[in-house]
Design a protein around this ligand. Structure first.
Ligand SMILES: Cc1cc2nc3c(=O)[nH]c(=O)nc-3n(C[C@H](O)[C@H](O)[C@H](O)COP(=O)(O)OP(=O)(O)OC[C@H]3O[C@@H](n4cnc5c(N)ncnc54)[C@H](O)[C@@H]3O)c2cc1C
Length: 394
């Protein structure tokens, strides 16, 4: 094929996983090509995660893309849980012996990664259509795609599927070679972004009779708020005014009284799902990030789990190319999945503890109430929550 590129690692997906991996590999002299279906503006327009674990921020520093994050990101030493109108502080720093999280939007992370790839002359090909990986179990896998109507091909040693939950990579693995584990929750999150001052300096996770709410933020002038909604609700059902009224009704009265409202600049509903695909490798295709696993956003683990995959994959590839040692690649799936499942457990647990499950029997509701009460009263239990929230070690 005329338009054939040769590289070491062909990466499908130009989200945070794919970009971070290509940047890290590049710094070690390992060439890669990133194929992204969308335009750069489209990718940067997606409003998603915002809470970064220490491991993620360290990886951004290792990738040489942390300057703006360190200048503009906000360190959070803790967060609040509001239980039926009463605030309880979770002192992450105190409970973990010094660990914290950073609030810095996924959009900004992605922007910094794109800028870094551009500055180093990285190959990120946007609007790559009909992307398809081939010959995955051979030593010479390749990817085909179409760009501007022309058929193109990437020849490589390895393919990394970093193309999110709906991507083509996972679907290219024969069904009998993988097992998919899934839990779909009976509600979604309606989220808005507004150019208003956050109601509280730290995040507030609120459980109320009317359902869950989250007060989050991207900066001191940009707030992100969510309310739990039934799965069949539509964005059009929710005027800004209705959203603000509902959010206030789920917060403690003194917090609601301080809430600054304004027009939403983004509004969307996301269904909540737990999902893991095992194994995360098929031949010379490696899955990473949302392509292999999804969590409900309650524990802020989605982007952070993607980062731990990239950490393992990056180190495994460096060992392979620099030292001819492929043990890291051989154990990638097992190693990554161990941490993935811990993040799954934590996200499921936070979701189960804080949301209203309309069809749950009374017994389950009683257990849910006492579970939260126990966690708020017990220092040991709060320490466990804090340890997971700041992120387990890679
Ligand atoms: C609505 C929403 C809200 C979220 N909120 C949070 C949150 O608050 N906290 C949190 O921790 N996590 C959150 N997440 C999860 C977090 O955003 C993801 O875990 C993170 O984006 C994973 O990064 P990724 O690079 O693995 O996948 P993605 O960000 O999905 O990137 C995959 C990329 O691959 C591209 N792609 C897809 N198919 C193809 C193809 N066939 N060919 C080429 N390219 C393709 C896509 O366009 C995309 O750019 C949220 C996710 C969603 C969807």
């Amino acid at each position: 094929m005329a338009n054939t590129i040769k590289t070491k690692v062909g990466i499908i997906g130009g989200g945070p996983s794919g970009l971070l991996l290509s940047q890290l590999l590049d710094l070690k002299g390992i060439d890669s090509v990133v194929l992204e279906r969308r335009t750069r503006d489209y990718v940067l327009g997606r409003i998603r995660a915002g809470v970064l674990e220490q491991g993620f921020t360290d990886l951004m520093r290792e990738a040489g893309v942390a300057e703006r994050m360190d200048a503009e990101g906000e360190i959070h030493n803790g967060f609040e849980i509001s239980d039926m109108g009463r605030l309880h502080h979770i002192d992450l720093k105190g409970l973990t012996g010094g660990d914290t999280v950073m609030v810095y939007g996924q959009t900004e992370v992605t922007r910094d990664l794109y800028d870094a790839r551009e500055a180093r002359g990285g190959k990120v090909i946007h609007e790559a259509m009909d992307v398809q990986p081939h010959d995955l179990t051979s030593d010479a896998p390749y990817i085909t795609y179409t760009r501007d109507g022309e058929k193109c091909r990437v020849d490589c040693d390895f393919i990394v599927g970093a193309d999110g939950f709906h991507g083509v990579s996972r679907k290219s693995i024969p069904e009998d070679q993988i097992t998919e584990y899934e839990k779909v929750y009976p509600f979604g999150w309606l989220g808005i972004l507004s150019e208003t001052k956050p109601v509280h300096p730290e995040l507030i996770y609120a459980r109320s009779e009317r359902g869950f709410a989250l007060c989050s933020l991207r900066s001191q002038v940009l707030s992100r708020y969510y309310v739990q909604v039934p799965l069949d609700d539509k964005v059009e059902d929710w005027s800004d005014e209705r959203f603000w009224d509902e959010l206030k009704a789920r917060l403690p009265e003194d917090v609601a009284a301080k809430l600054e409202t304004g027009p939403s600049i983004e509004k969307s509903i996301a269904p909540l799902r737990s999902f893991v695909c095992e194994p995360m490798r098929y031949g010379n295709l490696f899955l990473a990030g949302d392509a292999a696993h999804i969590v409900p956003p309650t524990g802020a683990k989605g982007l952070n789990s993607a980062a731990s995959d990239i950490y393992y994959l990056y180190h495994a590839m460096v060992a392979h190319y620099d030292e001819g040692d492929s043990t890291g690649l051989d154990s990638y799936s097992e190693t990554a999945l161990r941490r993935v499942w811990k993040a799954q457990r934590f996200s499921w647990w936070m979701t189960s503890m804080l949301h209203n499950f309309p069809d749950n029997p009374d017994f389950d509701r009683k257990i849910q109430n006492i579970e939260l009460e126990y966690f708020l009263e017990s220092e040991a239990a709060r320490a466990s929550l804090a340890e997971n929230y700041v992120g387990l070690p890679f």
